[in-house]
Design a protein around this ligand. Structure first.
Ligand SMILES: [Zn+2]
Length: 134
């Protein structure tokens, strides 16, 4: 029996998904891929200054899970900074906050930084405000 997947709630997708050294000569840097849910822990813990406990609550998952993916995310950041790896953000087990529920209203939540399929689907379903700004 497969265990049900636990989707991790993230408030929005990253606007920028590729980072890396800018003075790397002709070397093609190694690429490290960070998942969107890992990215969200960095945003919530390091930028929004949530505790891991509050971060877990915000993302709808266990604190031990947050601890694990936050550590993975930090290791990837360090790999990029110290070893000059390029960082690419993509994929992961996540759902967008506000799609199937009320948006959490936290700072940056529902930011329109991404112009892909998810925002379009959201628009068609008519969830949330109709401000015509999109
Ligand atoms: Zn949110």
């Amino acid at each position: 029996m497969a265990r049900p997947r636990k989707w991790r709630r993230v408030c929005f997708l990253p606007t920028n998904t590729d980072f890396g050294p800018t003075a790397n000569g002709d070397d093609v840097p190694r690429v490290v891929t960070m998942t969107v849910d890992e990215y969200e822990t960095i945003r919530l813990v390091d930028l929004e200054r949530l505790t891991q406990e509050n971060c877990a609550e915000q993302m709808g998952i266990a604190r031990t899970t947050v601890q694990r993916i936050y550590e993975d995310a930090r290791r990837k950041l360090a790999d990029s900074l110290v070893n000059g790896a390029s960082l690419h953000i993509e994929g992961g087990d996540f759902r967008i906050c506000g799609e199937d529920e009320r948006p959490c209203g936290r700072s940056g939540c529902g930011r329109h930084g991404y112009h892909g399929g998810i925002q379009e689907r959201k628009g068609r379903r008519g969830i949330g405000r109709e401000d015509g700004q999109d």
